[in-house]
Write a protein that binds this ligand. Structure first.
Ligand code: PLP
Length: 433
């Protein structure tokens, strides 16, 4: 076993943070309790390309990548130059700015379903705007939803976990969940309730890839029952292909939402779709002060130009595939049930021990040991490979993964897994839902 990481400053800062910030973090998924607490960095100091340096001076290859927004790499020159150039001219104004048109035009040229575009800030805002548009367009209220759409009341209303308190009870009947990759289940709800349904809303892909016929089937069902279809492309957008999952699978929704991946880390959300549907937004109160904020819009234009000019997406697929293969080989070599599901630019590593406790401890040891070897991976999350992850980075990652899986195999074989954990227990309940 290697020496534990020095994380003194991270730990000290977090102790202060919980006194000042409820939950210690602005983002549920960044809370240290969800990683390998005590053995995993908490605070970052800076980043460049695919690497981050924590406040204690440790260097890592990062696959958490801000939870998805970074597609090109941290401090990517073309994007940073565009932001810096705009910064010299002003951030946000009381009049409109031509960048709004330029960014909207580029999105319409890139995203198959996009004929009109609105800009907001972040995922929860754009998914909420999409439902407002769909309800106004159809005159119906019910949303059929599959997946996480953000923290807004209407989405949280689907859940009954302790962190879903504070939401009016009356909203619960306005959104109904349906299971992923299960056409008969969706059809049965539509058969019963289509005349109440405004919108079917889903992630085109999440941690697992759907049956190839699934999205076409969902599109056909929506057409047959006369309801709108929206894809949440907040993770898949600008990652699976420049035009997102809808380009990759060749299935166009009526509406689509983007946020992560659209501006390489700048805070922007996009709701776009068919002209006939989007046009109604001009009559609705969908309005934020910062929607036309120009640093983010300059970043979007720079990103989309980069996606056109450089082989960004072939790079994400090729390097993601190497990671998926390497993870699965490490599992096989050491007899550990470990591999990745999903698609290569957003692969999802998993341990498949039958016992939940063993799985949780396996993750803790794995995160602890890969972090010691300079690699940051999120427990149960996606591997966000970027255009800045090079061959050497992937090789170094796979060496770290192999050594960590070997150590885990030995710990399980000798019954010493718990003894080898340098972590505090994780809190499963911290998760979003
Ligand atoms: C698929 C998906 N939709 C919506 C959201 C919410 O986005 P935000 O956190 O920017 O509100 C997220 C965030 O993780 C997401 O992954």
């Amino acid at each position: 076993m290697r020496q534990p990481l020095r994380l003194d400053l991270s730990e000290k800062l977090y102790a202060k943070a919980v006194e000042l910030i409820p939950g210690g973090s602005q983002t549920m998924s960044k809370r240290p309790q969800g990683y390998a607490p005590g053995a995993f960095p908490i605070y970052v100091e800076r980043a460049k390309g695919c690497r981050v340096w924590d406040v204690d001076g440790n260097e890592y290859i990062d696959y958490i990548m801000a939870l998805g927004p970074i597609v090109l790499g941290y401090c990517y020159p073309a994007v940073d130059h565009a932001i810096a150039a705009q910064l010299r001219k002003g951030i946000v104004f009381g009049l409109l700015h031509p960048l709004e048109i330029m960014a909207a035009q580029m999105i319409c040229e890139t995203v198959p379903c996009a004929e009109m575009v609105r800009f907001l800030k972040g995922g929860a805002e754009v998914t909420t705007a999409a439902t407002r548009i769909a309800r106004a367009y159809t005159g119906r209220e019910l949303i059929l939803n599959c997946g996480y759409r953000g923290w807004a009341d209407q989405w949280t209303a689907q859940h009954t976990t302790p962190n879903a308190r504070g939401v009016p009870e009356c909203l619960r009947s306005t959104v109904q969940s349906f299971p992923y990759d299960d056409l008969p289940a969706l059809e049965s709800i539509l058969h019963e309730k289509a005349d109440q349904v405004a919108l079917v809303f889903l992630d085109a892909v999440s941690g697992t890839a759907p049956d190839p016929a699934y999205l076409t089937g969902v599109r056909e069902l929506c057409d047959r029952y006369g309801v709108l279809l929206a894809f949440d492309e907040i993770v898949t957008g600008f990652r699976l292909a420049p035009g997102g999952a809808q380009e990759y699978y060749g299935v166009a929704p009526d509406l689509a939402c983007f946020a992560k991946g659209v501006a390489n880390g700048m805070p922007l959300g996009v709701v776009c779709g068919r002209r006939a549907v989007m046009e109604i937004a001009s009559e609705l109160l969908i309005s934020v002060t910062y929607g036309g904020e120009c640093l983010s819009l300059a970043a979007v234009c720079a990103c989309l130009q980069e996606y056109r000019d450089k082989p960004v997406h072939p790079h994400l697929w090729a390097h993601g595939e190497k990671l998926m293969e390497g993870f699965a080989e490490a599992g096989k070599r050491h007899g550990v049930p470990f591999d990745c599901t999903g698609l290569a630019p957003m692969a999802c590593p998993r341990f498949s021990y039958p016992e939940a406790e063993l799985n949780a401890d396996a993750w803790s040891l794995f995160l602890q040991e890969t972090a010691k070897r300079g690699v940051l991976i999120r427990r149960g999350g996606l591997l966000f490979v970027t255009y800045s992850h090079g061959d050497d980075d992937i090789e170094q990652t796979l060496e770290a993964v192999d050594a960590s899986v070997a150590l885990l195999a030995d710990a399980v074989r000798t019954g010493t897994l718990k003894d080898r954990l340098e972590t505090q227990p994780i809190e499963e309940g911290f998760r979003r839902f």
